[in-house]
Ligand binder design. Sequence first.
Ligand code: PHE
Length: 339
Amino acid sequence: MIDKIKEHIAEIEKFTSDSKEAIENLRIKYLGKKGLLNDFFAEFKNVPNDQKKEFGQTINQLKTVATEKINALKEALDNKTVETGVYGDLTRPSEPVELGSRHPISIVKNQIIDIFSRIGFNVSEGPEIEDDWHNFTALNLPEYHPARDMQDTFFIQTNPDILLRTHTSSVQVRYMENNKPPIRTISPGRVYRNEAISARSHCFFHQVEGLYIDKNVSFADLKQTLQFFTTELFGKSEIRLRPSYFPFTEPSAEVDVYWGLETEADYRITKGTGWLEIMGCGMVDPNVLENCGIDSKEYSGFAFGMGIDRITMLLHQITDIRLLSENDVRFLEQFKSAL
Ligand code: PHE
């Protein structure tokens, strides 16, 4: 009996085929429910005790040899069909491809950049760790100026001259120092303020600030630019400018866009007024131009600044600013289909 099994083993070892059916027949013959292997196992109880050990080892060997042979032949067959360009099983489900998504802040930032680039603005960037001059002094905010309190600042303790920028106006100062007018640039980036974190404010957020300097730039140019922007981004062209104060612009204004009062959400986000504040703006103060080496008698300009986080929350109906920095994939995955 043992010899007979050994013959089978030798036969399997010799066997080769590239036919699917032949391989399947081999499997059924040995490993199938009514296959030889099961027959031999059933025979086990009739084997004399002194041969049981060898018999057992031999049928196990038969099982291993048959299994390995069948697997090897199947694999060779699969490879062969791939090589010849005839793919095995076209109905097999494909491997899932995991798609990433852009962060909502990046999506909205890109939209804003895109709108301004269409009217000739380029993009400028600068360091997040700034010095006092570029963040404050050059912008008409000398030391001890009370308006410095408008922006609670993170200073580096060992060197009060170094700080985390509180706005990207600092980039505009750098740009004016290094480029001659005409200037048309927007500066997107992350900014920091020493504020308590809540659903509506964070100690870091993102801004896009814009700067336009040329001969004869007027407040009317500013208004027209803002109106173009709100129409492109929100699809809303009605804006109003409320007088305000910024040390680096004169006159200064806060820009509201008419959002409407059509839905309950409109009431909530506009506090029932229909108007929504979206940014600050103004004509660049002549002192600032002079600080940056630009002749304020020859040139004038306007500047504006807005928070990307607020606008993102508005456009995507996000009710808590903290979601934007928590990296929760359940939140981020919702932006897969966006730009
Ligand atoms: N820098 C101002 C801020 O961070 C925004 C602003 C920019 C206002 C330019 C006027 C002009 O609040």
